[in-house]
Design a protein around this ligand. Structure first.
Ligand code: AHR
Length: 321
């Protein structure tokens, strides 16, 4: 019996050594492994373009990508990030469902010597807890919309705010801008709710219910293109006109190509770009870090805005997502 136990223990030891060796070999194949904690696989057209951009750019750069999806669950994202740290990825890229609650992950990454890079959405972390940030300035995006709305010189401004995922830096920034803009300019926010998962169907239902309640409004401030489209579907069903020549102005964010076609058609009045193409930016950043070069700590992505009064087909055709 003793012989059998010692044989089993010996076999277990051999297998564990082989497994460790395989992992070490995987790390020794010279490939840079990038762990990516993404929000949701099918969150929005923006997210689809963002995921595609990272996967394509990382593959072209010869990186191994380990991408995981939180699917609306912040705690799951935290656990996924900790798991990637355990797996000793070379870089950890976080796109947070929530902007808060990342300190322990950041400390664990730092302890493990794994550079943490924020992409897309800024996280609430002190500068000593992350290596670099490549994000959008969501409040600045919202301020662009507020400035545009102010320039419309409307007698009354009754705004429907369709927010994104509660607590994401994208929702926090864009909502802060419109709420402060309304307070400063004496506008009315007649509806202000965040749609779980930036969901187009939820946005359509919310506007449908609002119309049924008899609430008057003349501005839709939708924090992404998909939710703006949902709002337009609801207005179509109720015979409410909108856009360039309609009763309701439609403001959207992301500037997906299909949405810019709607700006060109006069269905959306304004679309504020939120650029999803972080893949090449992250590759360049990681390659610089690999060479030991000093990198800029905080980079906000350059973004435009598109007005139905000035957009052209050429502008739309030139867009890459
Ligand atoms: O973080 C960017 C936001 O997340 C986009 O505006 C939205 O479409 C996406 O889902």
């Amino acid at each position: 019996m003793k012989k059998l136990v010692s044989m089993v223990l010996a076999l277990m030891l051999v297998f564990s050594l082989v497994a460790c060796d395989a992992k070490d070999k995987a790390k020794d194949d010279g490939k840079i492994t990038v762990g990516v904690v993404q929000t949701n696989a099918n969150e929005s057209d923006w997210r689809t373009a963002n995921t595609k951009s990272m996967n394509e750019a990382f593959a072209a750069a010869g990186f191994e990508t380990k991408m995981v999806f939180g699917e609306g669950d912040h705690a799951k994202q935290i656990a996924q990030a900790q798991q990637l740290i355990q797996e000793e990825v070379d870089y950890l890229v976080i796109l947070g469902l929530q902007s808060a609650g990342w300190e322990d992950v950041a400390k664990a990454a730092k302890e493990a010597g794994i550079p943490l890079i924020m992409a897309d959405r800024e996280l609430e972390l002190s500068e000593d807890l992350y290596t670099a940030m490549v994000c959008s300035d969501f409040e600045a995006e919202g301020v662009k919309a507020v400035d545009w709305l102010k320039a419309q010189n409307m007698d009354t401004v009754d705004i429907v705010v369709l927010g994104g995922d509660t607590g994401s830096s994208a929702q926090l920034g864009r909502s802060k801008a419109i709420e402060e803009g309304a307070a400063t300019n004496g506008w009315n926010i007649v509806f202000n709710q965040n749609m779980k998962g930036w969901d187009e169907t939820l946005a359509k239902q919310a506007v449908t219910d609002l119309i049924a309640s008899g609430k008057e409004f003349n501005v839709i401030y939708a924090e992404n293109d998909n939710m703006a489209r949902g709002a337009c579907d609801a207005m179509d069903a109720a015979g409410i006109t909108y856009g360039k020549d309609g009763d309701v102005k439609v403001i959207a964010f992301d500037a997906n190509k299909w949405a810019l076609e709607k700006v060109l058609a006069g269905e959306f009045n304004l679309d504020i770009e939120c650029n999803p193409l972080h893949g090449p930016r992250l590759v360049s950043l990681i390659q610089s870090l690999e060479k030991g070069e000093k990198v800029e700590k905080n980079v906000y992505v350059e973004e435009e805005m598109f007005d139905a009064e000035t957009i052209t087909q050429a502008i739309v055709d030139a867009r890459s997502y």
